[in-house]
Design a protein around this ligand. Structure first.
Ligand SMILES: *[C@@H]1O[C@H](CO)[C@@H](O)[C@H](O)[C@H]1NC(C)=O
Ligand SMILES: *[C@@H]1O[C@H](CO)[C@@H](O)[C@H](O)[C@H]1NC(C)=O
Ligand SMILES: *[C@@H]1O[C@H](CO)[C@@H](O)[C@H](O)[C@H]1NC(C)=O
Ligand SMILES: *[C@@H]1O[C@H](CO)[C@@H](O)[C@H](O)[C@H]1NC(C)=O
Length: 301
């Protein structure tokens, strides 16, 4: 698109944006990505912590998932999505994107690709991670909602926004965490009848001095949990503890001690665990009082 048209389009979108409720700042348009429409820590972004923003990820005219974003850390605390239990295509060749509404409530609610050169808009650079932050950083761009858990190329592309990305060690991202993502997908495809709700997030370091370029906060652990309310009546014995919920925590630092995840030779291991154990860990490590990830532990009645 020629630059002049792009400018006009942005202006048009900015005007239209004034009419709609912002998609950053409120989960209400995308509550369907949470089991029983109950997001953990909902409203915390507006009431208790000005650094948090509730983002309804919007791409190609549709909502694709939800993220709770921390503006100071310049990373999400979690992304919540529905795992489609049908085969997805291969990872798309996607551009990295951002949500204009994070700084400007009147901006487009649609994700927008980062400019190929350094953003001219200083505000964009100041308030969020940009692709260059990850260059030479020794960290990979770790998806919380992974492309491979999504169905359809548009939903997959929508995961390539840096508000869904945290700095992740290659040994985790290409090792045990990747195995976990594959295992969870296969398990849910095989035994989950209907929708599976997934929330994947981070546990920050206790001390705050873990940043890339003093800008992008590195998490000490990643965690993930799913809720599959309707599942096969006859589960093999090995799968019975895995429904309706199960959870996991993975190390993102091989020097972390073994209180949460046992030390293993790979250094980036993932421990799978019951939901209740994860909620207990989150309660201890995050300053959040209500750590219920799924309403009534995902039990229908
Ligand atoms: C990455 O490192 C290379 C080689 O040291 C350097 O030329 C380049 O400018 C660096 N890029 C960034 C974004 O820091
Ligand atoms: C990332 O990790 C994978 C799996 O451990 C390994 O095969 C690959 O060489 C690593 N890549 C880099 C750039 O270190
Ligand atoms: C470490 O991880 C490997 C690969 O996942 C596994 O085979 C092995 O049993 C683990 N070792 C310990 C001590 O847990
Ligand atoms: C905690 O969150 C759950 C699920 O969102 C909700 O049902 C429950 O009422 C909340 N409890 C408190 C004390 O806020």
């Amino acid at each position: 698109m020629p630059p002049s048209c792009k400018g006009a389009l942005l202006l048009l979108l900015a005007c239209l944006g004034g009419l709609a409720l912002g998609e950053v700042g409120n989960f209400s348009p995308c509550l369907n990505f949470f089991y029983r429409e109950r997001p953990p820590w909902q409203g915390i972004g507006t009431k208790q912590n000005n650094n948090l923003a509730e983002i309804c990820q919007f791409y190609k005219n549709q909502y694709s998932f939800a993220s709770l974003y921390h503006k100071k850390r310049r990373t999400p605390l979690y992304s919540a999505y529905i795992l489609f239990t049908v085969r997805s295509g291969k990872r798309p060749d996607a551009r990295w994107m951002y949500e204009p509404q994070l700084e400007n409530p009147r901006g487009s609610r649609e994700m927008t690709p980062f400019p190929t050169r350094k953003p001219k808009d200083k505000i964009v650079f100041d308030n969020r991670a940009v692709p260059a932050d990850y260059t030479n950083s020794t960290y990979t761009k770790g998806h919380l909602n992974p492309s491979a858990h999504n169905n359809g190329v548009e939903n997959q592309k929508a995961t390539f926004t840096l508000t869904n990305i945290v700095p992740q060690r290659n040994g985790s991202n290409c090792g045990p965490w990747n195995h976990l993502e594959t295992e969870v997908k296969q398990r849910l495809e095989k035994y989950c009848d209907g929708l599976a709700y997934v929330i994947t997030g981070v546990i920050p370091y206790r001390s705050e001095n873990h940043y890339i370029k003093e800008r992008v906060a590195v998490p000490e652990y990643l965690w993930s949990a799913y809720c599959c309310p309707r599942y096969r009546a006859k589960l093999p014995e090995s799968e019975q503890t895995h429904f309706p919920t199960y959870a996991a925590v993975g190390k993102n630092d091989h020097e972390s001690d073994d209180t949460i995840v046992p030390v293993n030779e790979t250094g980036y291991d993932v421990s799978q665990m019951p939901l209740e154990i994860l909620e207990c860990i989150l309660k201890r490590r995050l300053d959040m009082h209500n750590t219920s990830l799924f309403h009534k532990q995902c039990r229908e009645d």
